[in-house]
Design a binder for this molecule. Structure first.
Ligand SMILES: NC(=O)c1ccc[n+]([C@@H]2O[C@H](COP(=O)([O-])OP(=O)(O)OC[C@H]3O[C@@H](n4cnc5c(N)ncnc54)[C@H](OP(=O)(O)O)[C@@H]3O)[C@@H](O)[C@H]2O)c1
Length: 363
């Protein structure tokens, strides 16, 4: 087995990014190519052409399609960020653990050094069906906490990873992110683009930018994960011996309160704002029926995405901002193992919004 870390290791490294058009996967493709890796990027639909990247197209729910797509490939490091949202947790387990299992099976005998798996804080909070509903570990969340006594597709994915690592001899890492903000369009969960879309719609309609969530989220401490930092963390863990065979939380490294952040986001967009006032005001209701408004706005400003449902994931932002519990994440384990990456969350938001503007996603 090659470990990819020797003097010649760098030159021999080939990354396989699975879910490469997603919010995490696309940040990984950017990070890895900027570091000079050869990148195999896998998803059903190809992403943008980029030097050093070769797109592979396969549906991960078909073991045959995955094994055919990877038959002639020799990745040394694998980054698994694919996700397919299902209606129930049982279906999430079947589909998402199955996609990882079949992908790893297709890599048998290929000298893979490391597999990094992205999961998230639902590891501590519980799956969508029982989200923040049962007993939870105390905040800040620490990696050493035992699993919750409920079925969870993250646990099922971890178990597939551990079993394949033991059988195939690669090292592994698990990356538990909080809410990720990053650059992806049409993906399932994207709070950055969702809030940018909400603010734009509100400004254009002369309405205030209303905080949709709970009193606890408005007033309490919380944190967030920038997709670029997550990519740095996954690449670090894939190549640092101290990170082998470990699960890590990954958040920006600062904490904030939404009552402090919300006016700052509003100021960026030049829109009036309203905070929590008595009850949550979910976006799914407040933003319903605005597809035509967005399409017209997109045409007026020459924007590239006229479909509101590809810009905003209202349900997901409602879920994250509507929680009635505090969510704060400990980064001590990563730091002790040598990861010093950091983002200021307000800067992560504005850098991302600047990019959306530059790419004509928002005016
Ligand atoms: N987004 C967040 O805020 C967040 C926060 C914490 C944790 N997480 C977790 O992070 C993981 C990744 O989520 P994400 O938000 O990064 O996902 P995402 O942005 O929705 O991206 C999913 C990726 O998987 C690919 N994919 C989906 N189904 C596929 C299939 N059948 N075959 C091949 N490729 C497929 C998609 O491309 P195609 O559709 O073109 O195939 C896309 O590239 C999930 O476990 C999620 O729960 C996400």
């Amino acid at each position: 087995m090659t470990n990819g870390n020797g003097p010649a290791g760098q030159a021999q490294r080939t990354a396989l990014v699975v879910g490469a058009t997603g919010i995490a996967g696309s940040a990984l493709v950017e990070r890895l190519t900027s570091e000079g890796w050869a990148v195999l990027a896998l998803s059903r639909r190809p992403g943008p052409e980029r030097d050093g990247v070769r797109w592979l197209s396969a549906d991960l729910t078909s073991a045959d399609a995955v094994s055919a797509a990877l038959a002639d490939e020799r990745p040394t490091h694998v980054f698994f960020t694919a996700w397919s949202r299902q209606d129930t947790e049982e279906a999430n387990i079947e589909v998402n653990a199955g996609m990882l299992r079949d992908l790893l099976l297709a890599l048998r005998g290929k000298d893979v050094a490391h597999v990094a798996l992205m999961t998230g804080l639902k590891h501590y909070l519980g799956p969508f069906e029982a989200y923040a509903a049962g007993q939870m570990p105390d905040t800040p969340f620490h990696e050493e906490e035992p699993r919750l006594p409920v079925r969870n597709f993250y646990y099922a994915q971890e178990d597939e990873l551990f079993a394949a690592a033991a059988e195939q001899g690669f090292t592994w890492s698990v990356h538990r992110a909080h809410t990720v903000i990053g650059h992806a369009v049409g993906n399932a969960m994207n709070m950055g683009l969702t809030l940018a879309t909400q603010a734009t719609l509100c400004r254009e309609a002369g309405e205030p930018f209303v905080f949709p969530g709970s009193e606890t989220q408005w007033n309490g401490l919380t944190d967030m994960t920038d997709a670029g930092l997550l990519a740095e963390h996954m690449v670090w863990a894939a190549t640092a011996p101290a990170a082998a065979d470990e699960a890590f939380n990954i958040v920006n490294g600062d904490v904030f309160r939404w009552r402090w952040m919300w006016p700052r986001l509003a100021a960026y967009f030049g829109v009036e704002w309203e905070g929590y006032s008595g009850a949550p005001r979910p976006l799914e209701q407040a933003m319903a029926g605005r597809d035509g408004q967005w399409a017209a706005l997109a045409e007026r400003h020459g924007l590239v995405e006229p479909r509101l449902d590809r810009m905003a994931s209202w349900w997901h932002t409602d879920g994250d901002l509507g929680r009635d519990i505090e969510v704060v994440t400990d980064m001590g384990k990563s730091r002790a193992a040598g990861f010093t990456g950091y983002r200021r969350t307000p800067d992560a938001f504005t850098t991302l919004f600047d990019r959306y503007r530059a790419e004509h996603l928002i005016p």
